[in-house]
Ligand binder design. Structure first.
Ligand code: ATR
Length: 291
């Protein structure tokens, strides 16, 4: 019996360890998503969620990796710290100045990547059949979330991207950083009157406090799409704004969450899991909880 328990614990210890760090983290769906991916692809791994405040991030990450941890996801408010922690960065992490995925390399160094923008674009194009080429895109907010999605969106050759932000200079300076990669401008919310957009992305943190950026009616073109990078158990204020303004689709960031996780899983394990059944499952659970 003792021998069996010993063997079992040895097998447990052999499992590759991954985790998500953030604060708050209690409601994170990442452990469930990665466990489903692991089952689906026949991979043996452990993925846990750990509440880590910003001031303890560096220590917690060092401990995690020194104890053999293979990879970390980092969420609010740790993505910029994770970027600074990484010894090397991928091109997309370098551009976004934030990392949501850290991986141990063969030489023990830590590589920082950012899979958020790729997750958003995959959700829009593959899952939602949205065309980005030639479209007019409005991004609300000029913080870390906006920065992370700009390069992957610009790669899809939209006609134009406008960044609107409450603090106007931040939108202008973020747009300036990406000049030369496409048509991109920054402005305040008041400067948007008479403009129309095919896709409006909410990358402000307003949804987290159940608020909405100040948006005039008429901003959304006919058959336009609204997409909130945030997600919740109930529709966010921006998703509701999309419905009220006759959006063709008004979506939240659940699909992006699953897609960014799949990209991290691919980086770590070298296999790409199927995302659609996971998105469907999480949507179903959400609907059940609403009833
Ligand atoms: P994140 O990493 O989630 O992007 P952040 O870098 O703190 O977080 O950026 C938050 C963004 O949401 C900012 O663009 C912020 O606008 P300001 O730059 O003017 O602060 C925006 N934001 C937060 N609450 C908002 C609200 N109630 N209305 C409009 N914009 C809001």
């Amino acid at each position: 019996m003792g021998d069996l328990a010993g063997k079992k614990s040895l097998i447990m210890n052999l499992k590759d360890r991954y985790a998500v760090f953030g604060q708050p983290i209690a409601h994170s769906k990442s452990p469930v998503i990665h466990q489903i991916f692991a089952r689906q692809t026949g991979q043996s791994l452990e993925y846990t969620a750990q509440e880590v405040p910003a001031e303890l991030f560096s220590t917690a990450a060092k401990i995690f990796f020194s104890q053999g941890g293979k990879g970390l996801n980092c969420t609010v408010p740790l993505k910029e710290l994770a970027w600074a922690f990484a010894d090397h960065k991928t091109g997309r992490a370098q551009l976004s100045k934030a990392a949501n995925t850290l991986s141990v390399q063969a030489d023990g160094s830590i590589l920082g990547d950012n899979t958020d923008g790729c997750g958003l674009v995959r959700d829009l194009i593959i899952n939602q059949a949205v065309t980005l080429k030639g479209t007019r895109i409005l991004i609300l907010g000029a913080g870390g979330a906006s920065r992370g999605i700009l390069a992957p969106l610009l790669e899809q050759s939209p006609q134009s991207i406008v960044i609107a932000n409450r603090t106007v200079y931040k939108a202008i300076s973020l747009a300036d950083e990406f000049q030369g990669k496409g048509s991109i401008t920054g402005c305040g919310f008041n400067d948007l009157s008479h403009s129309q957009f095919d896709l409006i992305l909410n990358a402000t943190s307003a949804s987290l406090s159940d608020r909405l950026p100040p948006l005039e009616a008429g901003l959304l073109a006919e058959n336009g799409i609204c997409y909130d990078l945030a997600y919740g158990d109930t529709p966010t204020p921006f998703v509701r704004w999309g419905w009220e303004n006759h959006a063709f689709k008004s979506l939240d960031g659940l699909g992006m969450l699953v897609e960014q996780a799949a990209e991290a899983f691919f980086i770590w394990r070298g296999v790409r899991p199927e995302t659609r059944p996971v998105i469907e499952l999480l949507n179903l659970e959400r609907r059940k909880n609403q009833d």
